[in-house]
Design a protein around this ligand. Sequence first.
Ligand code: GLY
Length: 436
Amino acid sequence: MNVLILGSGGREHALAWSLAQSPRQPVIHVAPGNAGTADLATNVQLDIGDHGAVIEHVRSNGIGLVIIGPEQPLVDGLANALRAASIPVVGPDKAAARLEGSKAFAKAFMDRHDIPTAASRTFRRNEAAEASAWIEQEGAPIVIKASGLAAGKGALVCLTKDEARTALSELLDANALGDAADEIVVEAFMEGEEASVFVLTDGKDFALLSPAQDHKRIGDDDTGPNTGGMGAYAPAPVMTPDLSATVVETIVRPTLEGMAAEGAPYSGILYVGLMITNEGPKVVEYNCRLGDPETQVILPLLKTDALTVFEAVANGTLSDLEVELRDGAAACVVMASAGYPGAYEKGFPISGIDMAGQLPGTMVFHAGTIRDADGVLRTSGGRVLAVAAHAPSLEGALSRVYTGVSLVSFEGAQHRTDIGRKGLLRRSGASGNSSQ
Ligand code: GLY
């Protein structure tokens, strides 16, 4: 079996790694990939926005399965084009990907199907005065979101009315996020602990992967600006079996049934970002793909052969398969360039990856890396790599990960030192509450 993975981040390296573990020994192509995927797959220079070029690559290389990593090609309808060409694909059609591509659609959908989420109102760009009046009436804290895709920068948590006024003006007057803010969603602030639930679905049946927790802020104790995610661990103890059952019945099942009833059946991976509030779990956002860096911890916890699982998702045969998860826990810590999530320099040599990768149960997943003409591994992005590990316990996984992190270096490297702390605290009986 030949498989094509689309994307270039740590998520796609972890996907390639999981397929490379398969006893079925698939041939793996990654487009465009990174220096890490080049070690276990063939990197392909393809414009993944060009649907015809992707189909041509699939046909000329005997690819039997395509896994689409990032959201933009899904929102742009690449999965529709592949399905129309009878190519098995993991990823929802354009109409289903609106759950991530349009926050306005997602909020209205949740209202239509009584799916718990924060109360909200949607405003178009020409309704700035109404949005402003609403914010003055509701007060702070309050959350303002660009409805469209904004590369993780679209949700502004405003703790004061002044911050909310500034956020509104940046989105609507200064056009900071362009067309993504042609509609904005203003929603009530939710307090609680966040968790990420990943649903594999072939449009008929579904199975859950291990629930995870991301760390979105750059600094320890959830301080500083938001990032793409600085580390993750799974399973997240906040998602008890009872809570998981509640999430399935009040959120996952109504979402999948609701999308099917509205003529947009969802097939692929549904990532439900949750806030576990005192009133129960509520949806913060839907994403139409795997999370990054959550993938780097949930795939090492997948016991069933990953190739067989993704094939079943693409071919509609999930009911024939029992998706089993491994015991124990996994954690990962992202190492980022100095200055990230703001401006950063690239091109610094990276050392220590081989040593870290030889620690027991430990993997290094590349994100922003390239190999120069002399074969030297260098930084080429904000999030450079993640050290990930699996162990019998969360403590063990974190210990392996931080040992790995201590072995890897590049100029200006920054990482959080508190990944997994909320999970450890919760296991010891304390709450790990934070906020949106
Ligand atoms: N970890 C956040 C995301 O993938 O969107």
